[in-house]
Design a protein around this ligand. Sequence first.
Ligand code: NDP
Ligand code: MG
Length: 377
Amino acid sequence: LRKRVAILGSTGSIGRATLDVLRRLEGFEVRALSAHHNLDRLAAQVAEHRPTAVAVTSEGAPQDFASVTLHHGPAALVELVERDDVDVVVHAVVGAAGVPAALACVRAGKTLLLANKESLVVAGELLMSEANRCGAVVLPIDSEHSALHQAMRAGRRHEIDRLILTASGGPFRTWTAEQIAAARIEDALRHPTWSMGGKITIDSATMFNKALEIIEAVRLYDWPANRVDVVIHPQSVVHSFVRFVDGSLVAQASPPDMRLPIQYALTYPDRVPASAPAVDFAKPHQWTFEPPDAARFPALSIGYAVAAAGGTAGATMNAANEVAVEAFLAGVIRFDRIASVVQQTLDALPPVATPTEQQLYAADEAARERARSFVKG
Ligand code: NDP
Ligand code: MG
């Protein structure tokens, strides 16, 4: 039986890599695609992959996609995942805008392959409990969490001591605090090892990406924040480690290419021949590791505090970060203000425990409003 796949955010970096994987993978059919602004690219994808439906999430009159069913408007992504002809959802939308579709997917009992880490950060406790209640499988696409998933298969849960996330350190790994504070937009957009969408590239420069990933790991694996570590690994080949109680470290390594974790999630529990090249030991390699610097990258301690706090804290942090990143990219705030806007917003809005879905959206809204006022002030 062929699995029928929907790709939310198919026009983005992960969405395109997913279509590339699906071009050579057997046993899958592309049934649904979604775009926000890039309708030309969506039209080209429709012509090549022949889905039965597409969603366009931006406002304005979308173009006609001939015989393909068009979902449009605020509920378009939810409608797409709820379609009877979709079994598996690759969620590659950026930002908290992806939360309702992630929840709808697990509530429909469908398999959720999650690149959209923001939905675990904003609504992770609810998302995972709804997935359990409805018997839905959630698998990570994020390379570190895919690495953890793979390494965890080397032992049993009670034998795990720590989850150790690797981080490239981003473009400012060796910069002084003063240099980082005054970093230009083009400096922040120049990632040393990965080619990704704009928002996650800025998150890598501030290390809010790793803060999001600490929370992602804590929610996805129901794991205490104080047993998650971060280690800087500039080559981005070791994608994370699991340390077992006997001190043994199990790592997953592959060149930085998202097609491997995407394929792993699609074919799990099977492994099939690769869509991407493997590490080649015919050449010399140097893999280096160093501790992160919490003073130059305040996002890390914010991530730990938010992961431990739970409730609406993740929604607040994420929304403030989205606003601050947008303001930085618009040239309105300095680079080092991103972390301080997030911290100020968290200080102003204490978390609510065990929030409902509506309370999570309200926390997101309130944090955006607060963060905008700090951006202006
Ligand atoms: P991109 O910016 O390249 O793509 C984002 C996608 O989401 C595009 O299809 C875009 O549509 C769509 N989109 C943007 N805004 C909205 C919205 N408000 N509502 C619905 N759809 C929207 O991002 P990436 O592919 O880099 O990242 C996607 C997700 O995957 C993020 O959560 C990121 O953190 C995560 N991730 C990415 C990795 C990477 O290597 N890129 C690695 C690990 C995780 P359009 O282009 O048509 O406007
Ligand atoms: Mg990652």
